[in-house]
Design a protein around this ligand. Structure first.
Ligand SMILES: Nc1ncnc2c1ncn2[C@@H]1O[C@H](COP(=O)(O)OP(=O)(O)OP(=O)(O)O)[C@@H](O)[C@H]1O
Ligand SMILES: [Mg+2]
Length: 369
């Protein structure tokens, strides 16, 4: 919710998520025994949920929550991000003043406090960074404090992971270290979140994560929640300038489903423009987005066509359509990385990122709007 001193026509809402908050709570209420991989389509509300969770648990004295948002940390030079950059966000050099930023929740973002001497040794390869982290966990445990580590936007490491053998091995090592900290020595709770289910799955497959981790999906809101929100704009978004009819609310649900970011965006447009106009324009935009992504690539077109008559697809469904394996292997990851498709790592299925993408695909093929 917004700061009361500032006056806006619309505020960020926070709808429901009772079940998810309870599930996260029970995850940290048992002794650490696996890594929790939080996944879900683009903008489904993972980060917001995690911040809310933080808000709830940070008041507890017996927890030490370290929250690392990799998108925030690594966005400066995304193409050149390397493992050293990653290390520098993990470690917060204490004797260099003001190096640590603060999150709104008031938590230090540098994961582990070290002095510059240790940092130098880590960089020179003389001190094992994992040992430094383990020591910190042990120190906290001895004080009766439960360490909780949350790494958000894991996909920001994509470049490091894909780059070269050594860097990639270090990430795998990091995850294997997380396995040791959870499943083996039960020292810390570790949660990792990303919208790139495909990337999560790669890390999962390449490290020793089987039977050492659990997937948790944060999906778009369901119809009941969305309708409740749209019927009560004043309550949830503090919108006083207009209300929506039942029919309008139905149309919004039909176009974007429970995609919170898109609902919020549409609501902001209704101040100035008639609802039908906004929705039609949005459909055009989605059609354009798909057309732009496909460009002149017939192979992409063939792959996306499958979603005209199915909601989700397994790899074998693309194969059945006669699409060559090499194309599937090249294009599916590209579609996931470009947020056209979402890959659900638990079910191993691919589907359009949301209802609006489904509309975009349909309109692209039938030429309407
Ligand atoms: N429960 C909710 N109710 C209403 N709005 C929400 C809710 N959760 C998130 N939002 C809004 O949706 C937008 C996207 O949320 P958020 O950034 O948390 O998604 P995300 O899943 O972390 O996205 P990404 O896939 O990019 O990491 C934000 O503007 C946020 O305010
Ligand atoms: Mg996020």
């Amino acid at each position: 919710m917004g700061n009361d001193k500032l006056n806006y026509k619309q505020y960020a809402a926070f709808i429901n998520r009772e079940v998810e908050l309870k599930d996260l709570r029970s995850f940290i209420d048992k002794e650490p025994s696996e890594i929790l991989f939080i996944h879900g389509p683009k903008s489904s509300g993972k980060t917001t949920l995690l911040y809310k969770f933080l808000e709830q648990v940070e008041v507890e004295q017996k927890l030490d929550v370290k929250f690392l948002n990799l998108r925030k940390m690594l966005t400066e030079f995304p193409e050149t991000v390397d493992y050293n950059d990653f290390l520098s966000v993990l470690f917060n050099v204490e004797d260099e003043k003001n190096k640590a930023g603060k999150l709104s929740a008031g938590i230090n973002v540098g994961f582990f406090k070290i002095d510059s001497e240790i940092e130098r040794k880590i960089r020179q390869g003389k001190v094992d960074p994992f040992k430094v982290m383990e020591k910190e966990f042990i120190r906290l445990k001895k004080k009766g404090i439960k360490p909780v580590l949350i790494i958000d936007e894991l996909q920001a490491l994509d470049n490091i992971y894909l780059s070269n053998g050594r860097q990639r091995r270090l990430i795998i090592e990091l995850f294997n270290f997380f396995v040791a900290m959870t499943k083996e020595s039960h020292l810390a709770h570790i949660m990792v979140a990303s919208s790139d289910g495909y990337f999560i799955n790669r890390v999962y497959t390449d490290s020793k994560l089987k039977k050492a981790s659990e997937f948790y999906k944060v999906d778009y809101l369901n119809k009941e929640d969305v309708m409740d929100w749209l019927r009560n704009l004043k309550k949830y978004s503090k919108i006083k300038d207009y209300t929506l009819t039942e029919e309008d609310a139905g149309k919004i649900w039909e176009l974007v489903g429970g995609s919170v970011w898109e609902i919020q965006y549409l609501l902001s447009r209704f101040f100035e423009h008639p609802i039908d106009e906004v929705l039609t324009l949005y459909k055009k935009k989605m059609k354009g987005l798909i057309a732009y992504y496909i460009g002149v690539d017939n192979r992409k077109e063939a792959l996306l066509r499958i979603f005209l008559d199915r909601r989700h697809a397994f790899i074998k469904d693309f194969m059945k359509e006669g699409i060559p394996t090499a194309e599937i292997e090249e294009l599916l990851p590209d579609m996931v990385r470009n947020n056209i498709l979402y890959f659900d790592p638990t079910e191993a299925t691919y589907f359009p990122q949301g209802e609006s993408y489904r509309w975009g695909i349909r309109l692209y093929f039938d030429g309407a709007v």
